[in-house]
Design a protein around this ligand. Structure first.
Ligand code: DP6
Length: 339
């Protein structure tokens, strides 16, 4: 066992969404369908786990104070959930607390905590890695991802950079897709207030939508098609394949948000500015599509109002990005997720 260990993990944005759990009430975070995400190395959480003494509680949390990092705003419930996960990881890796000792968990993000991007994915993945590192666990990254999944489902994909796929066999790296050198990412922050419906609650509620019937099959089919398109995006027929991927990602984002709006009781995350961004992207796509080599960006919303845009690193697409940034500047804040 070490005295202290620090780890970091990126956030991720799902292109095919984990939405709806099998046996939602059990808290096991088994997804109703497979998902795939792109990791955002510009949005990382850092967690330091240390063995301390002289404290009554076995696990305590504090903000990690370091230059360039910002402490997350953790509610009492959030802090409890985080510390319970630390305990869970210890159990799963077979580690025990030495007599009279406690574990101090310090965490912070390297992106603004008030920008509506704070993610349980990066924080639970980093926490899992920090505890595993503290106790010098020899478990594989796939096994650690599976333990992390129990804390927060989407965190299991944050172990695999840049693409994480999560299906019934667990999470692993998705190979053969365009790398970070080929892609740019922007998060357009139109609203940074806290979510009124947590994603854990959303997972439960979507099961009440009539449109949830058929949703797992639809998501699986879309995932198969998306993987195929992304694999072909760098090849001869790359422009066509990439633009098909853009349509699939757009449809998937709407699919999830329509599930929210058709749940009972219904709920939603979009704000007028979300739609303003989406229609602006459509307008720019139509303009730039006059060129046959134009690649439309992949556009998706998480369970929130902010719009994630992933584009191909080429002159046309970057020009579209610059124009988009200039036109949203008055009502959205732009954060770069890939550094
Ligand atoms: C909309 O991983 O936050 O971001 O397992 O209950 O912690 P829990 O849920 P969480 O769900 C994320 C849902 C999503 C889509 C996704 O990331 O796949």
């Amino acid at each position: 066992m070490k005295q202290s260990f620090q780890a970091s993990a990126p956030s991720n944005i799902a292109l095919i969404k984990y939405m709806g759990k099998l046996a939602a009430e059990t808290g096991s975070n088994r997804p109703a369908n497979s998902s795939i995400s792109f990791s955002l190395n510009g949005f990382k959480t850092h967690v330091r786990a240390s063995v301390i003494d002289g404290v009554a509680e076995p696990f305590v949390w504090a903000p990690l104070r370091k230059a360039g990092l910002q402490a997350p705003h953790l509610s009492e419930h959030g802090r409890m959930r985080f510390l319970q996960h630390a305990e869970r990881v210890m159990k799963r890796i077979g580690a025990g607390l030495p007599n009279g000792k406690s574990i101090l968990i310090e965490s912070a993000n390297d992106f603004p905590s008030d920008c509506g991007l704070a993610s349980s994915a990066s924080s639970f993945a980093a926490l899992t890695m920090a505890i595993a590192g503290l106790f010098e666990s020899k478990l594989s990254v796939e096994d650690l991802a599976d333990i992390s999944r129990e804390g927060s489902g989407s965190s299991c994909r944050s172990f695999f950079i840049p693409w994480g796929i999560w299906d019934s066999e667990g999470a692993r790296a998705a190979e053969g897709l365009p790398g970070e050198d080929k892609l740019w990412h922007m998060a357009l922050i139109v609203d940074d207030s806290l979510k009124r419906v947590s994603s854990s609650e959303a997972h439960k509620r979507v099961a009440s939508s009539l449109l949830f019937r058929g949703r797992p099959e639809r998501a699986e089919e879309r995932l198969r098609q998306l993987m195929d398109c992304l694999r072909r995006a760098s090849g001869n027929d790359g422009v066509h394949a990439w633009n098909r991927a853009s349509e699939l990602v757009w449809a998937e984002s709407w699919d999830m948000h329509v599930l929210f709006e058709t749940s009972e009781p219904s709920f939603g995350y979009m704000v007028p500015e979300s739609l303003r961004v989406l229609s602006l992207i459509r307008e720019l796509n139509l303009k730039y599509a006059e060129s046959e080599t134009y690649r439309k960006p992949l556009v998706t919303l998480d369970a929130g109002p902010n719009v994630h845009v992933i584009g191909w690193r080429d002159a046309q697409s970057e020009q579209m990005k610059d124009e988009l940034m200039a036109r949203v500047r008055s009502f959205a804040r732009v954060e770069d997720g890939v550094r």
